[in-house]
Design a binder for this molecule. Sequence first.
Ligand SMILES: NC(=O)c1ccc[n+]([C@@H]2O[C@H](COP(=O)([O-])OP(=O)(O)OC[C@H]3O[C@@H](n4cnc5c(N)ncnc54)[C@H](OP(=O)(O)O)[C@@H]3O)[C@@H](O)[C@H]2O)c1
Length: 308
Amino acid sequence: MKKNILITGATSGIGYATAKGLIEKGHRLIITGRERLKAENAKSELEKIAKDAKVDYLLADMSDAHSVLELVKQIHSKIEKLDVLINNAGLLSDEKKITKDGFEAHLAINHIMPALLANELKPLLQKSNDARVVFLTTGGHHFGKIDFDDLQSEKSFYAFKAYGSSKLMHLMWNYSIAEEWHKEGVKVYAADPGGAKTNMTDAMSSNYLPFPFKLLFPLMKLTVGGSVEKAAKSSIYLSTSDEVKDKTALYVNHKMKIVKSSKKSYDKEIQKKVKGKTKQWLEKIKSRYHNMYKINSGLDVNQNRCCH
Ligand SMILES: NC(=O)c1ccc[n+]([C@@H]2O[C@H](COP(=O)([O-])OP(=O)(O)OC[C@H]3O[C@@H](n4cnc5c(N)ncnc54)[C@H](OP(=O)(O)O)[C@@H]3O)[C@@H](O)[C@H]2O)c1
């Protein structure tokens, strides 16, 4: 059965390879990107894969809550039902940045904005009889640590620390909501792509780590040389396989095997704290952009028909 699938950050890397694999299986896609030209190119290349391929693109900056809410509005105007949301866009950078909404950028792009997007698209997902939210996690979450006294990395910042912690946080948020969302008809899954050579991993340097871990960098770089096609398999599997249809809160590795994530990721107390903190952040966004929420309730979505 053809599914409506939304993939964030699908103009390059694993997201683009995931889109290719899903088009080959005959699904209808909406991809998101930041740059119009890149998104247009991705759409036209993807449409060459199959004669009846259906791909649309929307522009969104996943560091910016306003842009994410605009994306939500456009998706509501475009489709009546969403079967799968793939939260693929992600950040790993040694530049410390604070977003327009006042969040450290890794925290925003790897956790808060995917949570906002999933939350706001939930009503559309609930119209599907097999609704799934898949997000791209990393084996690096094993090294992540959620420091509730320094969630914004104000006291110390290293790229891998900010990345691993934000990915761990998103994983734990997913586990914390999984049961409740499953009852409401939406399943949540973590796809671990393993290591792939992409723009993100090409940019990695030993500066991403503090001393003495810097010394391990050459070894670490060896683990990210795989193909994007191989890395896309876990998200394609979780988006489409009937084997996982009745389960939620799964962690699937690059070999498409259901495995356990780190022991700390199952800590219920920390999950509860992550859930509470995330709720606060989403409420802060809601009060800042309360006018957008009126729009997203469906009042004027038809005035904004998008489609590229
Ligand atoms: N590669 C690996 O070894 C590996 C391992 C584990 C997990 N992952 C995860 O896999 C996902 C895809 O990463 P990748 O390796 O394929 O890297 P990539 O090619 O650099 O892709 C990252 C994607 O995220 C998008 N993105 C970044 N910041 C964004 C923003 N502010 N707004 C909108 N889009 C934004 C990028 O868009 P632009 O093209 O516009 O920059 C790009 O499409 C990420 O979540 C990453 O954490 C990757």
